[in-house]
Design a binder for this molecule. Structure first.
Ligand code: FAD
Ligand code: NAD
Length: 483
């Protein structure tokens, strides 16, 4: 017997589960298939984001920050905390509780919205059919009007440092360490390397990051990346650029890593643990039957158009599985767009305004284009900046590293991008994203009333500074970028 649905979704990460809920809200008979099992062997929803990504990493970032503050910066406020220690088991347990709360929350949301949940593996067959294999290996075929592929991504392995799940680990295992490693090596100084490096550095590890590129945080605004590099060095993160790892060896309970430095010299380091985080790749293993008609692009992602339609009619793909940044919120919005398009609406997504945040301390956040991109496009722009050291709220919070930078078109004053390093950057960047979505000029934001004292005032002042009107900082001369 075959079941028939309006929409079958494979994968219940932030792309798939959001798509499923929106589709069901729109009256479509929807089923979501998920293969992820928790440590107890139970099928759970939420994907990488909830189980081993965004949420657990932020739980540990927040816990480790509190420990760090108690140990170092509270004294500045006149608070002395004696014999501060860390209970890793409790910290990891708190993180696990949050994950459990959120993943079971999705099961409840599915129920409340009428989404059928299946736990097991989905595979796309020809003719909009999906083969579902349950935990016991029993298979059945599900027919659908529409299939949405949302199987996400998996970490990239490198042969020079094969994961052994003991000493050489990936980002998932790095969220479950039971002991603080004395010396922690990290291959890749990207987003995961910096976030996890920050966690374990705050908890007491000596952290060394080996990065292949000569440039630090290549996707970020150059000035912000430069500031970040200095701040992280002060925090004790040893970031080595231009390092090519050539081999690794386990010896007497430690990992020896050999790498070629930027000067071309062969070097060796010994670590108690090594985290490999050199990027992620689309998860397509055993997903597609040979004759299913779906094409991949040159990077192994599922090939889709601007609306996430694949080249097989009625088959869609969203989230990390397709082009664009691998970010939870990007996948979720694609999920909404696809559900609504299946329901006959003409929803579109604005790929130009997707905020990107690195949750270090201070946070680094950006939206829109940066100066390098504007220069390359030959677009004239003005820059407005405001440093947190001039913010009353930041001073009160003893959190003054960083700045807000807003870029606006030199002729129309329309905001083209924002680049922030500083306290609450993740929240502040969204204010500029909203302004950009409504086509605001820097002057529009400058004319708004901002609460005082607040970190948001830094956004206000940076917007004012674009046209030389900042009040609480000396204005740089209004300047036009060279074309
Ligand atoms: P996923 O979340 O990967 O979900 C895909 C799901 O599909 C998985 O549950 C998988 O088990 C399931 N699946 C795969 N194949 C099949 C199959 N054949 N049948 C059934 N089910 C299948 N992004 C942010 O925006 N902010 C952050 O702060 C952030 N932090 C991160 C921290 C870490 C450590 C990591 C690793 C990632 C982080 N990300 C963050 C990235 C974010 O997790 C991903 O972009 C997001 O989870 C992608 O969503 P998705 O739904 O496309 O895929
Ligand atoms: P990444 O692309 O951010 O960083 C990987 C880094 O590893 C890069 O700097 C790259 O140059 C370097 N690298 C690659 N191969 C190397 C090698 N052989 N030796 C040394 N360095 C090497 O990838 P990631 O940190 O693994 O994260 C994966 C994705 O997950 C990110 O791209 C992001 O989309 C998502 N993520 C997002 C957040 C967030 O939004 N806060 C947090 C974590 C992860």
């Amino acid at each position: 017997m075959t079941d028939k649905y309006d929409v079958v979704i494979i994968g219940s990460g932030p792309a798939g589960y959001v798509c499923a809920i929106r589709a069901a809200q729109l009256g479509l008979k929807t089923v979501c298939i998920e293969k992820y099992k928790n440590v107890a062997g139970k099928g759970v929803n939420g994907g990488t984001c909830l189980n081993e990504g965004c949420i657990p990493s932020k739980a540990l970032l927040d816990s480790s920050m509190k420990f760090h503050d108690a140990k170092t910066s509270l004294v500045h406020h006149g608070i002395t905390a004696r014999s501060v220690s860390v209970d890793i088991e409790q910290m990891i347990g708190r993180k696990d509780d949050i994950v459990k709360k959120l993943t079971s929350g999705i099961a409840s949301l599915f129920k409340a919205n009428g989404v059928a949940a299946l736990y097991g593996t989905g595979k796309l067959l020809a003719g909009k059919k999906v083969e579902y294999t349950d935990a016991k290996g029993k298979t059945k075929v599900i027919e659908a009007e529409n299939v949405v592929l949302a199987t996400g991504s998996v970490p990239i392995d490198i042969p020079v440092a094969p994961i052994d799940d003991k000493l050489i680990i990936d980002s998932k295992a790095a969220l479950d360490l039971t002991k603080v490693p004395k010396r922690l090596g990290i291959i890749g100084a990207g987003v995961i390397g910096l976030e996890l490096g920050s966690v374990w550095n705050r908890l007491g590890s000596e952290v060394v990051l080996l990065e292949a590129l000569d440039v630090f945080l290549a996707i970020m605004d150059k000035q912000i990346a430069k500031d970040a590099s200095k701040i992280f060095a002060k925090q004790g993160l040893d970031i080595r650029l231009g390092c090519r790892v050539t081999g690794s060896e386990i010896k007497r309970g430690k990992v020896n890593v050999t790498y070629q430095s930027s000067a071309g010299k062969e070097q060796q380091e010994t670590f108690d643990k090594l985290i490999v985080c050199v990027g992620r790749q689309p998860s397509t293993e055993n997903l597609l039957a040979e004759d299913c008609g779906v094409n991949l692009d040159e990077r192994g992602s599922i090939f889709v158009d601007d609306y996430c339609a694949t080249n097989a009619p009625g088959v869609w793909a969203i989230g990390d599985l397709v082009r664009g940044p691998m970010l939870a919120h990007k996948g979720s919005e694609e999920g909404v767009m696809v559900a609504e398009r299946i329901a006959g609406q003409l929803t579109e997504m604005n790929y130009d305004i997707i905020p990107n945040v690195v949750y270090t301390h201070p946070e680094i956040a950006s939206v829109g284009r940066n100066e390098e991109e504007l220069k390359q496009a030959g677009e004239p722009y003005n820059v407005g900046m405001f440093p947190f050291v001039a913010s009353g709220r930041a001073l009160a919070a003893d959190d003054t590293d960083g700045l807000v930078k807003i870029l606006a078109h030199a002729e129309t004053d329309r905001i083209l991008g924002a680049h922030i390093i500083g306290p609450s950057a993740a929240e502040l960047v969204q204010q500029v994203a909203i302004a950009m979505e409504f086509g605001s000029s820097a002057e529009d934001v400058g004319m708004m009333v901002f609460a005082h004292p607040s970190m948001s005032e830094a956004v206000h002042e940076a917007a004012l500074a674009v046209n030389g009107h900042a009040i609480h900082v000396a204005n740089r001369r209004k300047r036009k970028a060279k074309k």
